[in-house]
Design a protein around this ligand. Structure first.
Ligand SMILES: Nc1ncnc2c1ncn2[C@@H]1O[C@H](COP(=O)(O)OP(=O)(O)OP(=O)(O)O)[C@@H](O)[C@H]1O
Length: 257
């Protein structure tokens, strides 16, 4: 599904959040949005999800104006993604039950999806009984089971430790390559953006505008991003970070290095 932003602007009262955003996200493309905290990245995702409307300009999915939420466009948050009172299998099955699929079919498919994210044996566990990484695996299963054409990821692994995050990034990458949704990923983690995306949009401070588009191409990547050192440096410098430093750190804007 192709997403088209045509002079999209957004204000909340007197607060100008997005100045003017023009872009086309091609069907099956994976685009990461990075930028300073509060510049409006989540607002852009919420508009694609149909939870917010542009103040001016237009936003369409396959040429149809986005006016409300749709199961074709799924949003995955950083946390609180699962219902705590439902088991993992019921959480995942719910996405299909919302589409009026029979409960038994939904549960059977949910079990298969939990297996795809390596959660066999944990189907009957409640979210509080499993680790944060396992909860996000289940959240990915719940997002993918409905076979969305657009996947909107808002800091999906932001609450996880670095090692778990890298493992989950690999799980997500595999699911994306098998299911081929169009993906918009908001992240503070520049390496996550480089690893997952075909293209990175670097935003300015609010009101957000695109400082630069970095093309990475739809090519196989590993967590060894040494081939993308130039792109990494470019993104970091645009974010105002001294890219010469090798220190693993977090700057004042909350961008992970
Ligand atoms: N519903 C709303 N009503 C009023 N202001 C809002 C609303 N949603 C977002 N904002 C404001 O819009 C600005 C951009 O918020 P947004 O969450 O899109 O930024 P962000 O770039 O995703 O930030 P972060 O990286 O910290 O998550 C913020 O100043 C925020 O307070």
């Amino acid at each position: 599904m192709e997403l088209r932003f045509d002079r999209v602007a957004k204000t909340f009262g007197s607060l100008e959040v997005i100045k003017q955003f023009d872009n086309t996200i091609h069907s099956g493309e994976i685009v990461a949005l990075v930028g300073p905290s509060g510049c409006g990245k989540s607002t852009l995702l919420h508009m694609v999800a149909g939870l917010q409307t542009p103040t001016s300009g237009s936003l369409s999915a396959d040429a149809a104006t986005i006016e409300s939420p749709s199961p074709q466009r799924t949003l995955v948050f950083q946390e609180h993604a699962l219902y705590p009172w439902l088991t993992l299998v019921d959480n995942v099955a719910l996405a299909l039950e919302f589409q009026n699929r029979p409960r038994a079919v939904a549960k059977s498919e949910a079990r298969q999806w939990l297996s795809r994210v390596q959660l066999d044996g944990f189907e009957g566990y409640y979210p509080h009984q499993v680790s944060g990484g396992m909860r996000q695996r289940a959240a990915l299963a719940r997002a993918f089971i409905a076979r969305p054409q657009v996947l909107l990821l808002d800091e999906p692994f932001g609450a996880l430790d670095a090692l778990t995050r890298m493992t989950l990034q690999s799980v997500l990458k595999e699911l994306i390559s098998e299911e081929c949704p169009t993906v918009l990923l908001v992240t503070h983690d520049v390496d996550e953006a480089l690893y997952l995306a075909d293209r990175v949009l670097v935003f300015s401070q609010r009101p957000a505008s695109v400082l630069k588009e970095v093309q990475l191409g739809h090519i196989p990547k590993t967590h060894d991003l040494s081939d993308f050192a130039a792109e990494r440096r470019e993104v970091l410098e645009l974010l105002g970070i001294d890219a010469g430093s090798k220190a693993k750190n977090t700057n004042v804007e909350g961008v992970n290095l």
